[in-house]
Design a protein around this ligand. Structure first.
Ligand code: ATP
Ligand code: MG
Length: 452
């Protein structure tokens, strides 16, 4: 009790925001209002003209300072959600526990939140490990800054004056390439263990070094991640895998001791006994696509992460005499069922994964009408990308994806020539396969059931 009180008193003293925040002029930070999205600028302007405080805040300011294009924009304001809602025709209030407002402007959606009080683990409702369960009290701007996780995430940019309001020396930390926790790192990790994953992700993505005080406790506190709801962890994993820096993030996670036995998905990736090369190739490929602004799909990535488990299961079934296609579908189901409880993969993603896997054996059949039908499949491209990764990892000869690429782009005569020149497939005759074919559940049923 006394320790708790002392901790509270000392923490308060240590973390109390500087009474007066630093006001950093554009000459020192360099962000011009023209770099900020028009929608975010407009939201700030409308709110300010109605007498409220309003700033671009969080990741967008941080990214602009570092020179990364921001993914999206958040605005923090003194206006209540209802006041915000009333000012913007195209807006809606979301969230039950803590209301925020989505303001739509052109193609953009700006997330507008009212300044929130920092509820520390001593005063807020927590679980038995100190994880904060409720965080729903409006507060002052200074409190809003203090409840944020890292100093570089607590910067407020005013597009009107082009000034940054900086309560925790975040601009200096960006300039020194340091990711520093606001407050006592242990306490902040206890309040929300996901901050450990955020530290690793933001550090890797932005090239910031995690301050030793924030880095050191991670290894010993990693177990706290077990108490975080699976859906929240899954969301955070998606952010990490699609950050454009998945390879760096995952290597860093391994270094921080955050990979073992905590997140099943991480075990799949980092403890991969099978197909390690395939998994890393796929992650590199995802990083390249994200950075080139090309579309990426979780289904494709998860299909690669779990492929070698399917492959092992499938081979075992075939060795026991099961036919190719039904053996594959059983293997797929078994591997996905084993992951289902742990991973919280959504049903739609499961459908995408199955589509991609189910196409794989069909690439072995290079005679008759089958190839013509296959290249018309809506998922042909994803299936082919997957096939090519398999070849790049050495699982199958590169000749196979090369052949399909040529076939897909060839004219009628060349296609016939390619069919005649193709090596005979290793597949069992189609008739046998038909007897036990089974439709997989999900979106791909129509295309995958076509076993001819
Ligand atoms: P990115 O969008 O690049 O993933 P971000 O920092 O913007 O990174 P968001 O999840 O969009 O992450 O959060 C927006 C802001 O909310 C953060 O910059 C930070 O100020 C605050 N925030 C987010 N998650 C937490 C957390 N777990 N604890 C404290 N503050 C947080
Ligand atoms: Mg963000």
């Amino acid at each position: 009790m006394i320790r708790k009180l002392l901790r509270k008193v000392f923490r308060r003293a240590a973390d109390a925001p500087a009474a007066e925040p630093a006001l950093i002029p554009v000459a020192r930070h360099g962000i011009r209002r023209g770099q900020v999205s028009p929608a975010a600028r407009k939201v700030c302007k409308v709110l300010q003209e109605s007498g409220h405080k309003a700033y671009v805040v969080g990741g967008a300011v941080r990214d602009l300072l570092i020179g990364h294009p921001p993914k999206d924009y958040d605005v923090a304001t003194s206006a209540t959600p209802e006041e915000v809602r009333a000012l913007f025709r195209r807006s809606r209030i979301i969230g039950r526990r803590f209301k925020i407002v989505h303001v739509m402007s052109g193609p953009e959606t700006i997330e507008v939140s009212t300044f929130r009080a920092s509820q520390d683990a001593d005063s807020a409702e927590t679980d038995e490990h100190g994880r904060v369960l409720r965080d729903n009290v409006f507060g002052t701007m200074a409190e809003d800054a203090t409840r944020r996780d890292f100093t570089v995430n607590a910067l407020y940019y005013d597009p009107e004056t082009e000034t940054i309001v900086d309560y925790h020396h975040g601009v200096a930390d960006v300039q020194q390439k340091t990711l520093r926790m606001i407050g006592d790192p242990r306490t902040r990790y206890r309040e929300d263990p996901v901050r450990m994953l955020r530290a690793v992700r933001l550090g890797a993505k932005l090239g910031l070094v995690i301050d030793p005080a924030a880095r050191k406790p991670i290894r010993e506190m990693a177990l706290l991640l077990e108490n975080v709801p699976a859906a929240r962890l899954f969301d955070e994993m998606l952010k990490l895998l699609f950050s454009g820096y998945a390879v760096g993030c995952l290597k860093q996670l391994r270094e921080e001791g955050l990979h073992h036995g905590l997140l099943p998905l991480l075990d799949v990736i980092l403890e991969q006994p099978l197909g390690e090369r395939f998994v890393w190739l796929s992650l590199e490929n995802t990083d390249e696509r994200v950075r080139a602004d090309k579309p990426v799909s979780p289904g494709f990535l998860f299909a690669t992460l779990l492929w070698h488990e399917v492959l092992a299961n499938w081979e075992a079934r075939k060795a026991e005499g099961e036919h190719t296609q039904p053996a594959l579908f059983s293997a797929m189901d078994e591997v996905l069922d084993a992951q289902a409880g742990k991973l919280a993969i959504t049903r739609r993603i499961v459908g995408d994964i199955k589509d991609i896997w189910a196409l794989q054996p069909r690439f072995d059949r290079r005679s008759g009408k089958t190839p013509y039908r296959l290249i018309e499949q809506p998922r042909f491209r994803a299936g082919w990308d997957f096939l090519r990764l398999r070849a790049l990892s050495g699982e199958i000869p590169m000749e196979l994806p090369d052949w399909w690429d040529r076939f897909a782009h060839a004219g009628p005569d060349e296609r016939e020539a390619l069919l005649n020149a193709a090596p005979a497939g290793s597949e069992a005759p189609a008739k046998k396969r038909r007897r036990r074919r089974r439709k997989p559940a999900g979106a791909g049923a129509a295309e995958t059931a076509d076993a001819s």
